[in-house]
Design a binder for this molecule. Sequence first.
Ligand code: 2M8
Length: 454
Amino acid sequence: MSQSTESQSPPGLTDHIKEAKKVLEQNRVGSFTKPAANLYPYQWSWDSAFIAIGYAHYAQHQAEKELLHLFRSQWQNGLVPQIVFANEVKKGTYFPGPDFWQTEDVEAAPDSPRTSGICQPPIHATAVMHVLKYGDDYERAKRFAAEIFPKLKAWHEFLHRERDPENEGLVYIRHPWGSGQDNSPIWDAVLQNLEISPEQVPPYSRKDTDLIHIDERPSDDDYDKYVYLLDFFRQRKYDEERIRKDGCPFLIQDVLFNSLLCKADRDLAEIANAIGEKSKPFTEQADRTARTINDKLWDDEHDMYLDFDLNEKQRVRADVLSGFIPMFAEIPGQDRANRMFNYLNTHCFCRLDDDCLAAPSYDRSGPGYSASKYWRGPIWINMNWMLSEGLQAYGNKEYVTLIRNSIAKLTLKNGFCEYFNPESGEGHGSDCFSWTSSLLIDIATRYDVETLED
Ligand code: 2M8
């Protein structure tokens, strides 16, 4: 049973979808798809979920394989690692590679392939729900859902058990990479306050700047801090309680991560219903997370949700696009959604009446905004995909169309880049980027989007 609402794509777009499929094919390595050929040569957790969302429409088996491959490397405690390394990739291609993470000393971690020791936002149940909704073989999708259900359940249980010590309904991340928004201004204050001496940073050498200009990537100083944190975890063998008790300097309740967990718990409840399992525990958990996000992370002064720093015991002021993502999980009431929309619909992001591209990842007037620097302003397709789904639930039709058309225009004109300059539309980061391609496929398949000829 396919519930796909296949739209009649304009000619330019039909070819464009074909190109997007080619990118995914080129980036596929056996059972998984790399985010990009050179810059990211392994399997990344939330990338694979976004990739499966595209595959669901035309290669259901591939979507299933993608997610099953990731969950094959799930740790015994339920953690789904941010990166699953591949034995075939030449050593030293990416930093930090498997030898740097040293997870071989951790009992819960798999031996082969090795993995990293942090995790990324939990959007996997949402991707499985997509396969159930849009895959063309519903019976097969249900068998897949039944196979992956216990793994998803263990993943969510890990997060609620290990990352929510006060049992508040909100989980923390302990590294900027855990949010997926690595170089976001959200982390500026925390990282600035983290004073480390050179001898506290183990020797390492970056690889990303061999491929992408440093101006577009995090600074060396930030990288030292990323590496310092990583070393902090590996010294404690990734033991969550030790990491906390020994004063981990980065403990953040992130809006994006928690909103996606809330949405994923709701999706897990739907999956449970579809396969005859109990759904109530997941619905209750999602309700609790939604309540706490509303009570603790809403900022009445700035009309958006803000992250909470558990060490500083305060919200972190950074007006980033992810502050609107609770709409994706339908967390805010209509009044708060309207207030957020009024802010989004200004020159700070992109105003409907202006001829702009929607929507930058950070308020254009914010300190340190950059149109080309990774996670500090450029347009990211995954963020806008989530935002458009969220806005749709609150009836902001025109803006939803603006976002979807921006995605089609940007990728048609400039290719399937990792991120885009919101002023010029120019592509940045890696080209042939997998989630940009897969989410274009999803949008162009489900909705009517315009081509460039407007
Ligand atoms: C970026 O992050 C990796 C580390 O995880 C990196 O910079 O090396 C982020 O954009 C992240 O969200 C993404 O999952 C990853 C792979 O696309 O790249």
